[in-house]
Design a protein around this ligand. Structure first.
Ligand SMILES: Cc1cc2nc3c(=O)[nH]c(=O)nc-3n(C[C@H](O)[C@H](O)[C@H](O)COP(=O)(O)O)c2cc1C
Length: 344
């Protein structure tokens, strides 16, 4: 195509450009952050058509009048934060037309700065999503995930209850049921940590500190007593999910053992769970108590029991080293993990 001899179009003024945009099929609003509560100062015709609100009905109000009972507070929060930080944001948000019908609005919001850098307006572009777009939208996927998470949590709780129920009637095999239920509980807590909405990371790693804190609380809820305090002191360490599962099981086993046996005949007691990040890739987990100590001649974990051999197997998988110091002033179990795949 020959472009060289084409006459250049006459420049248009800002007012003409604005006039042209007002006829766009795309709904848009301008809000003025210099006015109290950042109200709408302009809506185009397409906005009136999409929302059912006429310009006189909308101008002077903050856009939140489009929200309603099923609007997700997390979406509102994301917009609020973007407005406060004066940055662009795109959010799919549940909105309602003037006649009350709901629509999923893909809102694109951007600050507009004057040449001298001062903030003049916020421009909002509203695109109602079709049913199909709505189903595929990040919001819909998120809420489907939430529903699945909710169900998985309930199912895991049910499985734990069933295992415990069978365990009570299992006689000699009771220990094995206990171990199994703890394994599922550890997974349950890990799962809660993975589905924590605050984490924006992938599913391959988990915050060990947060996970062990939750695990400690769960173990205490199951096996603790009113007079036993548990202090949890954890460094931040991001480990692979597999490592977290193995470590979680060892820790819950050690803690359960202490809660069940260390304070026999005592009303009160103190336990401490500590996770320390040592130099390089090394971690140390310590579970200590000020209880009665292990009986003489008892070695823990007991290699001859199912539980003991599972614990030993897990520690070997983690390339860990377990040291148990026990006496009349209590027990300290130290697990050194010199070579974890620590992230960050
Ligand atoms: C230019 C602009 C356009 C907006 N458009 C919408 C919209 O279409 N739908 C909506 O629910 N919120 C919209 N909002 C967001 C609300 O006005 C408000 O910022 C949000 O509810 C968070 O603030 P709040 O927590 O004070 O309500 C828009 C905000 C701005 C600045």
């Amino acid at each position: 195509m020959d472009t060289e001899h084409r006459p250049s179009p006459p420049p248009i003024s800002h007012a003409q450009a604005f006039e042209a945009l007002s006829g766009s099929n795309i709904a848009m609003v301008l809000c003025d952050p210099a006015l109290p509560d950042c109200p709408i100062v302009y809506v185009n015709r397409a906005f009136e058509l999409v929302s059912g609100y006429t310009a006189p009905m909308a101008v002077g109000r903050n856009c939140r009048f489009l929200q309603g009972k099923d609007t997700d507070p997390d979406d509102i929060k994301r917009i609020r934060e973007a407005v406060a930080s004066r940055v662009d944001v795109t959010v799919d948000i549940q909105n309602y037309r003037a006649d009350g019908t709901p629509f999923m609005n893909r809102l694109m919001l951007t600050p507009i700065f004057a040449a001298d850098g001062t903030l003049r307006y916020f421009l909002g572009i509203q695109k109602p999503l079709s049913e199909v777009e709505d189903l595929m939208s990040p919001n819909a996927v998120r809420s489907a995930m939430r529903e699945v998470q909710h169900r998985v949590k309930n199912h895991l709780s049910m499985i734990v209850s069933l295992i415990r129920l069978h365990g009570r009637a299992a006689g000699d095999a009771r220990d094995q049921f206990e171990l199994l239920s703890r394994r599922v509980e550890s997974l349950q807590v890990l799962y809660q940590e993975l589905s924590n909405p605050e984490r924006r990371r992938n599913m391959d790693t988990v915050s060990l500190g947060a996970y062990l804190s939750r695990l400690s609380a769960a173990t205490q809820a199951l096996d603790g007593r009113a007079g036993i305090r548990v202090n949890v002191l954890v460094d931040e360490a991001e480990v692979t999910t597999d490592e977290a599962i193995n470590l979680g099981l060892v820790v819950s086993e050690v803690m359960t053992n202490a809660l069940q046996h260390a304070f026999e005949g005592r009303e009160t007691g103190l336990m401490e769970l500590r996770l320390q990040r040592l130099s390089g890739q090394a971690l140390r987990v310590t579970v200590s108590d000020d209880g009665v100590g292990m009986p003489e001649g008892v070695s823990w974990p007991d290699k001859t029991s199912v539980g003991g051999s599972v614990i030993n197997g897990l520690i070997t998988q983690l390339s860990g080293k377990l040291v148990v110091n026990t006496g009349s002033t209590g027990t300290v179990v130290t697990l050194d993990l010199p070579d974890l795949a620590l992230q960050g």
